[in-house]
Design a protein around this ligand. Sequence first.
Ligand code: C2E
Ligand code: MG
Ligand code: MG
Length: 246
Amino acid sequence: MRDRIGPFRSEDLTLLYQPLVDARSHAIIGAEALLRLREPGGTLDGPASVIDALTAPEERAVLDWWVLERVCQDARNWPDLRIGMNICTEHVTDPGFAAQALEIVAAEGLPPDQLEIEVVETGIIDDFESARENFVALRAAGIRIAIDDFGTGYSSLSYLARLPVDTIKIDQSFVAALDEVASVAVIQATTAMARALGLKVTAEGVEDAVQAQTLRAFGCHCLQGFHFSRPVPADAFTAMRENRPW
Ligand code: C2E
Ligand code: MG
Ligand code: MG
């Protein structure tokens, strides 16, 4: 385990988990790991306070490996769930990324099919071929790939069709604007395209029952948002699974 990540002590970092629910049954089918920084008073800061302070790519890579190790350790307690984790944007184009990720997953003893790596589009576009090679190697081992914040970047059909990915995560800004025609058009086009390509669609930022119902009707497979739960510590997530509060 890494002791220091840039200016941070790793013991001051923690991961919260937010449930991913089946759009029809609302059963928990996974979770996303979200980074937090413990402040002296006990409050938790969001991921930007960590990531923005890590100015060198090498430091951000160390963060990603710390997150991966922690996710592997936590996910072993939830063998029936798939856990999503975020990586720093440029890391996915690093030629050694897949090999090192697979080494860590093997060392930690996590079945690779329990892991989904979330990547934002900008990371891919910068060096499409390197990202694609990493995706191919990760998926050959059973790790899933999700495109995060879909709709906010290039959102190009041609790159999606050429990339080995499993899931599209529709950005929460579209969910927040479900009363706007343009937003509905983006969500419907994305789900239609994803289904045609055989991909799963997750909608992020679901905050009420009407949004949940609408997104299900639009063909989203999976929902995530405060309507179900805010991100919680690992032990609280375990408890939530036994006593689903929705
Ligand atoms: P993301 O991967 O798109 O994560 C979803 C964000 O939406 C999370 O913010 C989550 O708390 C928030 N969220 C979830 N449900 C709702 C909702 O219903 N309403 C609203 N308004 N927000 C909701 P968070 O945890 O602040 O993370 C922000 C971003 O920071 C993430 O976006 C991701 O890009 C990045 N991030 C988070 N954890 C990590 C990490 O471990 N490593 C790296 N490299 N990036 C991370
Ligand atoms: Mg994410
Ligand atoms: Mg997102």
